[in-house]
Design a protein around this ligand. Sequence first.
Ligand SMILES: Nc1ncnc2c1ncn2[C@@H]1O[C@H](COP(=O)(O)OP(=O)(O)OP(=O)(O)O)[C@@H](O)[C@H]1O
Ligand SMILES: [Mg+2]
Length: 236
Amino acid sequence: MIRLTDVTVRFGGVVALNAVSAEFTKPVSGIIGPNGAGKTTLMNVLSGFVSATGTLDKDGDSLMALAPHRRARWGLRRSFQREEIANDLTVFDNVLVQVDSAGKGGRRDEVARMLDLVGMGDKAGKMGAELSGFERRLTDVAKCMVGAPKLIMFDEPAGGMSIEETQRLGDLILSIPKATGAQVLVIDHDVELIARVCAETLVLDFGRRIAFGPTSDVLADPKVKAAYLGTEEIAT
Ligand SMILES: Nc1ncnc2c1ncn2[C@@H]1O[C@H](COP(=O)(O)OP(=O)(O)OP(=O)(O)O)[C@@H](O)[C@H]1O
Ligand SMILES: [Mg+2]
């Protein structure tokens, strides 16, 4: 379980997050809301890039007490909208460098296993520079899956993808908790993707929690529909 209690972030006069509390209990949960709602800020708080007041914990481990660089070692992984794939390394080595060098044996086996899971097993020898956008994304997901992660966060992972690629990515995200033991948080504007992969969802608007609970309930909530009015269509 990931528990946020009264998480507040101010940037000068802007209150990017306003006393947000939630308990994410499902293997894969979503965070949605209009542009500027505070979604990425919340992931930045979890990563430690942005400081906040309030508390954050995952299964009893306090994240606020850990410096950002220690959160990676603890098991926090994040996938950015622009994947961080080295062009001059193979797919295999891109994933291998992610594994803690102080880690136990069997690291190469773990890398191979995760590349198989994401569907890049037969392309492990390809150079980063030769990858398509979707292959870069899959490699980035494999990087998040190695090294015993506890919490994996995706910020708009389906950006720029075709419908078919988004489906494959959704299936992959759904398989991550079982394959790795990590809990997963997903931000996306693609509400269909969120509805398919996230059992529960937090909705933010102007830095406030406006809804939280089972995704189908949240998407049917009039407050949520109103927050999206005039910005984008929300499918229910
Ligand atoms: N480093 C920063 N300095 C100042 N203001 C910031 C900073 N980061 C975010 N903000 C502001 O905080 C608010 C929340 O931004 P955030 O990026 O978290 O929104 P978001 O929900 O991720 O939006 P989007 O869907 O467009 O990605 C916005 O008003 C934004 O302008
Ligand atoms: Mg954002």
